[in-house]
Design a protein around this ligand. Structure first.
Ligand code: NAD
Length: 220
């Protein structure tokens, strides 16, 4: 696979290069400039929303699909990505870990049974993360259909912890996901890129990527 990388020198950019090590990086974009020596089949963007217009332009120029994990993008950006999805496949997610996407499915299914319980969401990330609450915490709130209190901690090197706490007078039910390393997001982006190179144009979530190609557990 020939791929382009927006945010190539960033923390996630470095992880993505490790996860895509067997493939050819032929286009890079960073705050300081661009390099291009071939036509990418897919562009991966983990950078900053300011880079998004150029990313979209590059996808059109090269007819490349897109995997975009940049957070703090707004509805207007999502509309631009949906429009791009009419021409090439686009996978957008605020969280490319398999576990968080399963957690979202669980919350979507079971939160309606807990409507009369209190609900609060907590997330912890490393102290360099710029946005708060995290895009994932916002999605967790959305799938429960409740505008519940959301708490953000920014400390140390934590790659990303998310919890939903439900409680009534007698019980507490806790759903927690912990990313142990940034590499999980890069591996998810890799899985999405493999999907993109074979997919029809469209605007896809990472949940759809997981549902479309379930992995067999190694214990089966
Ligand atoms: P970082 O600060 O280490 O790197 C940012 C990169 O973006 C750098 O390479 C920088 O040069 C580039 N950049 C910034 N502004 C730019 C611009 N205007 N034009 C071109 N390039 C620009 O950040 P990071 O920790 O690598 O995170 C990058 C993004 O990925 C953030 O939005 C973060 O929240 C997100 N992220 C998403 C997931 C996910 O699963 N969706 C997981 C982790 C991080």
């Amino acid at each position: 696979m020939r791929y382009g990388l927006v945010g190539a020198s960033g923390r996630m950019g470095q992880e993505i290069q490790k996860a895509f090590a067997e493939h050819t990086l032929c286009l890079t974009v960073d705050i300081n400039g661009e390099t291009c020596d071939d036509t990418p089949q897919v562009i991966v963007d983990f950078s900053n929303r300011m880079a998004l217009p150029r990313t979209i332009e590059l996808c059109r120029l090269h007819r490349a699909g897109l995997v975009v994990g940049t957070t703090a993008i707004v509805q207007e950006d999502i509309e631009l990505l949906r429009k791009l999805g009419e021409e090439v496949p686009v996978v957008q997610s605020f969280n490319f870990s398999v576990g968080v996407n399963i957690l979202k499915m669980v919350l979507r299914q079971f939160a309606p049974y807990l409507e009369d319980w209190d609900l609060e969401i907590c997330e912890t990330h490393h102290n360099k993360k710029k946005d708060a609450p995290s895009g994932t915490a916002i999605l967790m709130r959305e799938v429960t259909g409740r505008n519940c209190p959301t708490h953000s901690l920014r400390m140390g090197g934590v790659p990303g912890d998310h919890s939903a706490f439900f409680a009534n007078e007698g019980e507490v039910l806790e759903f927690t996901h912990r990313a142990l390393s940034r590499s999980v997001f890069a591996l998810g982006a890799y899985r999405a890129a493999q999907f993109v190179v074979n997919a029809e144009p469209g605007f896809y979530s990472f949940e759809e990527v997981i549902a479309c190609a379930p992995r067999k557990s190694s214990s089966l």
